[in-house]
Design a protein around this ligand. Sequence first.
Ligand code: AMP
Ligand code: ZN
Length: 468
Amino acid sequence: MKLYNTLTKKKEEFIPIVPGKVSMYVCGPTVYNFIHIGNARPMIIFDTARRYLEHKGYEVNYVSNFTDVDDKIIKKANEEGVPSEVISTRYIEECKKDMEAMNVKPATTHPLATQEIGGMVEMIQELIEKGYAYNVDGTVYFRTRKFQEYGKLSHKNLDDLRSGNRSLLVTGEDQKEDPLDFVLWKPKKEGEPSWPSPWSDGRPGWHIECSVMAKKYLGEEIDIHAGGEDLIFPHHENEIAQSECCNGKTFARYWLHNGFLNIDNKKMSKSLGNFFTVREIGEKYDLQVLRMFMLSAHYRSPLNFSAELMEASKNSLERITNAVSNLKHLCGNAASEEATEEEKALMAELPSFEKKFDDAMDDDLNTADAVSAIFEMVRFANTHAGEKSSKEFLNAMKERIVSLSDVLGLIAEKEEGILDADIEKLIEERQAARKARDFARADAIRDELLGKGIILEDTREGVKWKRA
Ligand code: AMP
Ligand code: ZN
């Protein structure tokens, strides 16, 4: 499998540090609002990368943080007159709901920056001891010029950066030894959350969070580090500097970055105000459509969001789900079990679609071509499945379409929901149980329905129900 590595600017064969295992860190969102569909791009893309690695048989340790201490969170907390953690807790919960709706698997670990402050203080201390960091009046800076390889990820020329940055120095920053030095620890300001440290009561800089969380949950040297391309500089460059100076090891072997999601060919961002939240899109579309939209382009290319492309993605998804439900329907009515010789010959062609799929994904996660391979299989199924087909033949096609879709996180087979008539029947049974004072049975029925996403409400007019 080849992955494009930002560090070397080349597609490289992926070789994990430990055979059969992959350690992967993906920078997560800052939680001060609902996530927007730009934030959803790395979530969907790197979840797909993880699923594909798992499909290839790797055991993936996938870590993605929530940045839950940040100026924007503090600002929002002050606006609402609540502590910061009320804001971060709220939006972490909301983000998790969006992830589930996009069929993004929960990470192996989702660390929170505020729960890892001890590790950050330790790493900063070690950097000071090794001469890579210095304290000025309670602010600790990283001594960038001491790390010879600074700039290796973003391929930036340090002298240009230095002269460019000199004019950008803001008041209070003139205490830095070098314009490129960045903050590891800063003293608190009035009304801000803070933690004690040897230098001041304060809070960590953003970059140190990820270095510490990656080290704690994945080790000093990891296979893959990923995020949006805006993170290459300075965030990831600084993470490399901190981790490699502290640990004396290569921090991450493969650096993967997704391109930006744009609107009207302009970068989608909260500060420009031209963004849609995942929640807003979820009101109009099943979020599987958003996932299909993200997969329709190569992850490193810019992607322009438009209603037309969303409609096209909706149609694409329906082509797959319709084919699967047709196969299921035919299977339900099929007269014969075993495949005929002719069907067996057709079934022998199925692995070629899987090979196309794998070849596409092995080539730096070419999801667009992988989706095309699924379409080819759908076309094949639509051509060859009929009322006379055997169950074995129909199932073989259905299972392959469903399992390859699943590798991309696309749900091709909808769970059969409970029918209205069955709900009514259970409600009647529950009423009868209550009349007979069999409350245990009545509660069991309520729970059973809840498990199927049906919420009961006892009103004066009788029992009402709704789907969750
Ligand atoms: P943030 O909450 O801004 O730290 O962003 C969380 C993740 O979303 C990072 O990996 C960003 O690079 C990524 N991201 C933010 N905006 C976009 C966008 N418009 N397109 C693609 N990725 C984005
Ligand atoms: Zn990060």
